[in-house]
Each structure stands twice: as C-alpha cells, then as structure tokens.
Ligand binder design. Structure first.
Ligand code: SF4
Length: 720
C-alpha cells in the first residue's frame, strides 16, 4: 500500500514566495539565494528569466530583487535601499514574527538565543535582527559554549523538530537561570513532522521527497529514520530504487515544504504503478535499513549539483541526529496536548484573536490555538483594502474559521464573513428607514431592475423606480442611484430597494423650502396653468397658487378668461400663505392702478364724454364712463326743462353724451350734465325750486367693493 502524507508539498510561506515571483515574472527579477531549496524549481525559474544571485553586488541595474521566504537581515534591506534597488519582500509571516520578537528582545536589552542551524539563511536573518547580543545554537556543545548570561530570550528556527527544541531548551535552562522561550516552530512544520512520524511508525518503507538543501526535508528524513528502517531521501523520481522495497510493505511518501506537488505526484504515481512488481519479502533479509537508507542518500547526493554551501550537509544532520536524543514521548505529547487544550475550533466558529503579523497579502492572528490563524487579503474585508493600512499588530480582530488546516497546518480565517454577517444585520435594521445606499443598476428585468447593494443582490420594483410610470426600464441600466431599503429576504440575502422613496423625499424637501420662501406681500412671477370659474391656478415656482376671480381686476369680472389666459406670465402679489395646508392666495389687481387714481388725469371739467345709463335714482342718473367709473347727471342737468322724474328723459342702458361739470377723485365723484350740451333756452325759475334742486345734488357714490374673500372659501378641494 502506498500512503501519501496529507501535509506534503509547498508550505504557506513557500507558496507565497513562488506566487510573488510568478506575479512579477514579466519584470526583470532576481532572487537573493535560491527561491526554494529545490533545484528543479530554481532551474525552471532560471529558464523563465529569473536569475538567482548570491550577493547584491550581482544584481544588474533595473533588476528587482526577491527576498525569499527565509527572510533576510536588516543589512540586506539597508544595502538594497542604499543602492536604490527595488525589491519584493516574500519573507514568510512566521519568520517575520520571529524578527519582531527578537527586535523587541534586543531593544529591551535581552540576550537572544536562536535554536537553529548555524549558517542557515533563516537563522542568519534572525541573528541580524537580534543584534550583537545573540547566538545560534543547535547542539548541547553549542549551549555549553554560550557566554555566562543571567537571562535570555530563546526563539526557534521555524523548521526544527519539537524534539530538538525541547532538548536544547533544557540545556539552555540548565546553563542560564532565567529564559523567556518563544516557541516559533512553524505550525506547517510541526504538522508535517507529526504526520511523517505517524506514517513512519506503520510503514515498511518511507520515501522523503525534497531538496537536499532543504532544512525541513532533512528534518523529515531524520525523524522518519527513528521510526522506520527503510527511509530514502530523494530529490526526484529518477533516484528511486525499487530493489530494496518489498511487495506488501506499507510505502509512505512524505515531502518537504519546498517540494512541488508535481514532483510528489510523480513519485506517488510511480510507486502505485510499480507496487505490484516489487519482490516478495519471503524470509529474505533486506540490507540493514540504516545502510539501505544511506546508500540511497549517497546515490542521490552524487547526482546533486547545486549544493548550498551555507546549509549543513545531510551527513552533518545525521550526525547531529545521532547525538540528539529524542525527546521523551510523554513530554512531546504533553506539549501538543497543552496547545490543543488552549482552544478548540470548528469550521464556522467565530473567534477573536490578536494580530501578530500584517503583510501586503495577509494578516496573521494569534488565536490561542496550536497554530496561528491566517486571513488572506481576499478574506479580510468585503471591500478591497490594503491590510497594512487597516490592520496593525496588536489589534484585536474577530474572524470566522473557514478551515482548520489549509494543507500546511494553518487555520484559515475570514474577517469578510464576519463583516458580511454584521452588515446584513445592519441592512435589516435599516429596512424602512431613510438610510441611503448607493447602487448601480445592472439590468432591467420583468417588473423592475436588478442591482447590488453593499455586495448583496437587490431588486428595485418598477413601481419604485420613479415618481411616474416608466414604460422602458432599460433607460436605468448603468445608472447610479441612491435608494432606501424596503424589504430584506433573510433566507436568500436579497434586498428590495426603492428609488421613488428618495425622489418623494427630495420633492417634499423642495416644496418645504419653497413654502418657507413665501411671505405675505411678496411680489413674484407666475405662469397661469389652469382656469376655473372661480379663478386661475398659477405656478409660482414649483407650487400652484390661486388667483381668485375677485383679485383679477378692480372691476367686476364674469370669468377669469376675460382677464388672463393659460400660459400667460403675470406679476403677482402674495395675499396669504398657509404652508401647513399648502395654500397660497395670489393677487393680480392689487398690482394694477385703481381706476379712480387715474380719473384726474383722464377726465377734466368741460370735457364732453360718452357713457351709458346704468342706474336711475330720484335725484338723477348714474352714467358709466368706464367700468368702475360712474358719474352722476343730476335731474336738474338732464333736460333744459324741469323734469318730474328722471325716467321721463332717460332709460337704463341709454348711451348719452355728457359734459363734465366737476371731478372729485378723492371722493370718487364726477358730476355730469346732459343739459349743458343742449341749446340754451331762457326760462325763469322759481327761487325755492332752484335751491331744492341744488341741495339734492350732493349725493354719495358707494365705494368700489374691495375683495373680502376668505382663502378657505375659494380654494378648491384637494382633488381639484
Ligand atoms: S516552513 Fe513555515 S516558516 Fe518556513 S516558509 Fe514555510 S510556512 Fe513559513
């Protein structure tokens, strides 16, 4: 049976680094040291133009440097900056976290001890950040050689084994009184190692696939050898030797964090295909397992061509392995159990933690679990945000668990899902309120248009898209609208919105402003919109006011059309405003001169004018000279002879010519004489009679009636 470890292949940090290179492959980029410890990958990148340089001096002008997942010391960053070389920092967030820890320790004056392989690029980088008071140790001899110091902060290289950490930590504790350990072995590493151990315990043969310069691959090899007799470390399928494997054995395949999936698959498929043709074990003695493993390693080493001088060779590791006793099983288990006890997680659970790392692409959160939580950029928010701008180390963050293991042992979290839930809650609370949401209409569909509001699907019914009926909804496609929410479907997370509600509100506000702008006595211009029997409705800038028939002219008006017509522009005065009832009374005649004001200019004593008899009284006849201007022809001024009664000479409606005897505009009086236009006939008159007639000449003309109309009387009902 062939078993392939679940946690095999690129880890989170390596994946990030490879993706960073892939993203920039079209630019001139070089990696500072091999991007990963896998020569096939490095060669393939070289073929695609990605050079690997060992020193910044080898970087050509215009080339961009990629700092690999191992990280680099501050000197490297300083040199790049001083030389003006652009760079992409692909340092794994877990490694960056160690940098920060050692910087804190350095700044607070602590000695730093790094449990890791001296000369490994990751350890070199950490040493750089830790400052002068720091040392890397990987054996008890190294610990013994440490200076006598009272206390120290101890960190681990991310890829060492738990056993190594415990052993060295104990030795350090014995030598140094007070230590502050920071167990920084990466979760991807220890999950990989745990799984490798499990498989090795039950397998007859273990194949470890990965670069010989890869520290974590070598550790897997060392670990497996403790539990399995036949362990082969190969870099490529071609190095496999089936001769020493036996049919019926469990064959386990594990791989380092820098081994590409394709390579692992090749080995796995090859073993599946050839499993059945393996020789049967039938009492046959295999070569001693240790020798077999070493043979295989030796063959593989011969074929290696790009050994990393700085990394310890497999032989060194094996030797160290011999010297390093395995940590007691109970101690390891207790440690792991302890971690697991801190918090139990399940998918979909909400968890709060503190941010320990922020990069351009993700945020790392300490959630008190055996491994930290990772929130990738696309899971950070419903919107596209720059993690560094929004989040900072130490911030508390609530997120949802989306996976307990992304294949690298990381817990994957999503802040976006939490935001979405909170947002939906808010959306529901805002249904039926005035809260405005911006949206762009996507498509006209049957009965309305579709859109997205804050990432949720939404629908605007046709009856809510305008104040009027809209025939063609397509005119709204692509339009940006501000809408309110009128319903929310919780099950489908769909919203129903209204644009009409916004338009209505705007209209009301506009009207309110208009009403507030009117005041009694104000002069304004309006356009006649509609005529009725009782007056005219006039648009005075968004609202309609009533111009009552009695306010159209100073004279009596039979119908408004006698004075104004629809569409005519008028200068008006506000007679009354009732903004609560939205009624405004307008006056037109009030801006026109009163007829009696013009009388002195128009009529003079001695003028002969024409008029019509409109009223007959005992002392004379009233003659209308023009609408609202009547003059009196006293009975004594009607005829040359004495009249018993006016009707003897005049009838209502008679058109007559008269001479003006007197004009008194203030008292609205004009005295007229018909007799004065007749030929003079001398006839003596009795004195008494004459004086009686003179007395009755003093008459009172009733004043022109002013408008006494109440607003309530003439305003039409709402429907009108
Ligand atoms: S092994 Fe761990 S620390 Fe190292 S690059 Fe991978 S994820 Fe990062």
């Amino acid at each position: 049976m062939v078993i392939l470890a679940e946690n095999a292949g690129f880890c989170f940090g390596v994946k990030r680094a490879v993706e960073a290179v892939e993203k920039n492959i079209d630019k001139s980029i070089v990696t500072l040291g091999p991007l990963i410890h896998n020569k096939d990958v490095v060669q393939s990148l070289e073929k695609r133009g990605v050079r690997c340089v060992e020193s910044i001096d080898d970087v050509n002008v215009g080339e961009k440097v990629v700092i690999r997942s191992h990280g680099a010391s501050p000197d490297v960053y300083a040199e790049l900056k001083s030389k003006g070389i652009d760079y992409i920092d692909a340092t794994c967030p877990f490694v960056k976290r160690i940098h920060e820890r050692v910087c804190e320790a350095r700044d607070s004056g602590h000695y730093v001890i790094i449990v890791g392989e001296v000369g490994h690029p990751e350890v070199d980088g950490i040493l750089g950040w830790a400052g002068e008071n720091a040392r890397a140790v990987y054996s008890e001899d190294d610990v013994a050689a440490l200076p006598q110091i009272p206390e120290a902060v101890v960190v681990a290289q991310t890829t060492i084994t738990q056993e190594k950490w415990h052993t060295i930590l104990k030795a350090i504790e014995t030598k140094i009184g007070r230590i502050t350990p920071f167990m920084s072995i990466c979760s991807a590493t220890h999950q990989r190692q745990n799984e490798a151990k499990e498989i090795a315990q039950k397998a007859g043969t273990i194949i470890v696939v990965g670069g010989r310069q890869s520290s974590n691959t070598r550790k897997l090899f060392e670990l497996c050898k403790r539990y399995c007799k036949n362990v082969y470390h190969i870099e490529h399928k071609s190095e496999l030797s089936l001769e020493k494997m036996r049919f019926g054995d469990i064959i386990g395949i594990v791989a380092g964090a820098s081994t590409p999936d394709t390579m692992i698959r090749e080995v796995f498929n090859y073993m599946i295909e050839n499993e059945k043709v393996l020789p049967v074990a039938e009492g046959e003695q295999m070569a001693t397992e240790e020798t077999a493993a070493n043979d295989m390693v030796e063959i593989a080493e011969d074929s290696a061509s790009t050994a990393d001088e700085s990394a310890p060779s497999p032989e060194v590791s094996e030797k160290e392995n011999e010297k390093t006793p395995e940590a007691p099983a109970t101690e390891k288990d207790e440690f792991l159990e302890g971690l697991e006890k801190v918090v139990r997680l399940k998918k979909g659970q909400l968890i709060t933690g503190n941010i320990v790392q922020v990069t351009d692409d993700d945020v790392c959160v300490n959630i008190g679990y055996k491994s930290d939580g990772i929130i990738h950029r696309n899971e950070l928010s419903m919107y596209d945000i720059d993690p560094k701008e929004v989040y900072h180390i130490g911030d508390e963050i609530e997120a949802e668990v989306i996976s307990l293991n992304d294949g690298e042992g990381n817990v994957l979290l999503s802040r976006k899902r939490v935001e979405r839930k909170l947002n939906w809650q808010k959306m529901q609370e805002n249904v039926g309120t005035d809260k405005l949401y911006k949206c762009t209409v996507k498509k006209a569909v049957k009965g309305g248009v579709t859109t997205k509001i804050d990432g949720y699907s939404a629908f605007i019914p046709a009856s809510h898209i305008s104040l009027k009926y809209v025939e063609d909804l397509k005119q709204f496609e692509g339009k940006e609208l501000e809408v309110t929410l009128i319903d929310a479907d919780k099950k489908q997370e769909r919203l129903v919105a209204s644009y009409k509600s916004v338009l209505l509100k705007e209209k009301k506000e506009q009207e309110k402003k208009i009403w507030e702008s009117y005041s009694k006595g104000q002069h304004l211009t309006g356009v006649v919109k509609r005529l009725t029997d009782f007056g005219a409705f006039v648009d005075v800038g968004g609202v309609d006011g009533l111009l009552h028939i009695s306010d159209l002219a100073w004279n009596r008006v039979k119908h408004p059309s006698d004075v104004v017509s629809e569409g005519q522009e008028l200068e008006l005065v506000v007679l009354n405003v009732d903004s609560a009832k939205k009624k405004i009374a307008l006056g037109y005649k009030q801006l026109q001169p009163k007829p009696w004001d013009l009388v002195s200019d128009k009529y003079h004593v001695g003028d002969v004018v024409k008029g019509r008899v409109v009223r007959i009284v005992p002392f004379g006849a009233f003659v209308q000279l023009e609408p609202t201007i009547d003059g009196l022809v006293h009975i004594s001024q009607i005829s040359a002879h004495r009249l018993e009664k006016v009707e003897d000479e005049l009838r209502i409606g008679d058109e007559i010519e008269v001479k003006i005897l007197e004009v008194n505009a203030d008292k609205h009086k004009i005295s007229l004489s018909k007799k004065a236009l007749l030929p003079v006939v001398e006839k003596p008159m009795e004195k008494k009679e004459e004086s009686e007639r003179e007395e009755s000449f003093h008459y009172e003309i009733p004043p022109v009636q002013e408008s006494t109309v109440s607003l309530a009387d003439f305003f039409p009902k709402k429907d009108e």
